[in-house]
Design a protein around this ligand. Structure first.
Ligand SMILES: NC(=O)c1ccc[n+]([C@@H]2O[C@H](COP(=O)([O-])OP(=O)(O)OC[C@H]3O[C@@H](n4cnc5c(N)ncnc54)[C@H](OP(=O)(O)O)[C@@H]3O)[C@@H](O)[C@H]2O)c1
Length: 245
């Protein structure tokens, strides 16, 4: 019986959805699909994942909520003591853009808490089992904004930049146990997050002259999650059509 699992946060839509399907189809992982609110989208993704002949369990929780996240993960682990969560993809993220001068505390806190606190809340409870098994892949979806900083996104740049630093630090702590930690930094990718962006105008800045597809990010994540990437850790890999390197 296949008892290997990959947990994808924010897996109901966009990049997370593409990653869930890819890890199911290419690496045959059972999927733990986290999401915040959109039950309809989560169920649609569940059907697509299950079509790859693996299981897909929906775990609805807010990654920014430490208690809720810990309780749901703990319950699931207790009920599935035979399961091994080999891959964690910290993908859940939000933007609340605006100039820093006018930024409300809630716009600052919600963005930081979803990306940075979410990384802690999800990864920390699952780490011990990875270390004991001496195998694991932690992949953090960050952003170009966290690499170069982006005006109008001081909160989002800070959140993603902090996750990049955490990626590098954690990679050094746990490399000896054969658990790798990497970050993937997308540029403009087609999703609900970028649906209102003016692609026609913005693509002029992108050498490949288009926005990326969620599936293209999923290809990179599947590589990092695979045995093929066994000597890569502490890296931040850009996927942005040449926009920045
Ligand atoms: N699209 C881009 O151009 C781009 C570029 C760089 C980086 N990124 C990063 O890539 C990741 C995915 O982005 P996307 O474009 O796919 O976004 P998206 O289409 O807006 O999807 C966001 C996903 O995250 C979930 N989510 C949001 N807040 C959550 C929370 N507190 N707890 C649990 N789940 C939560 C949503 O769940 P519900 O469906 O329940 O709302 C949804 O599944 C994010 O971290 C984003 O910062 C995206």
């Amino acid at each position: 019986m296949n008892n290997k699992y990959a947990l994808i946060t924010g897996g109901s839509r966009g990049i997370g959805k593409a990653i869930a399907i890819k890890l199911a189809s290419e690496l045959h992982y059972n999927i733990l699909l986290n999401y915040a609110a959109n039950d309809v989208a989560a169920k649609e993704t569940q059907v697509l994942v299950e079509a790859e002949n693996v299981s897909c369990t929906l775990l609805k929780f807010d990654v920014a909520n430490t208690e809720q996240t810990s309780q749901i993960l703990k319950e699931w682990m207790e009920e599935h003591s035979e399961a091994k969560v080999e891959v964690i993809v910290n993908n859940a993220g939000i933007t609340r853009d605006g100039l820093f001068m006018w930024m409300k505390p809630d716009d600052w806190n919600s963005v930081i808490n979803t990306s940075l606190q979410g990384f802690y809340n999800v990864t920390q409870p699952l780490l011990k089992d990875m270390l004991t098994s001496r195998f694991g892949r932690i992949i953090n979806i960050v952003s170009l904004s966290g690499v170069k900083g982006n005006a109008g996104q001081v909160n989002y740049s800070a959140a993603k930049g902090a996750v990049i630093a955490a990626t590098k630090a954690l990679a050094q702590e746990i490399g000896k146990r054969n658990v790798t930690v990497n970050a993937v930094a997308p540029g403009f990718i087609k999703s609900d997050l970028t649906a209102d962006f003016d692609e026609k105008e913005l693509k002029k800045q992108i050498p490949l002259n288009r926005f990326g597809e969620a599936e293209e990010v999923a290809e990179l994540v599947a590589f990092l999650a695979s045995k093929k990437a066994s000597y890569i850790t502490g890296e931040v890999i850009n996927i942005n059509g040449g926009l920045y390197s």
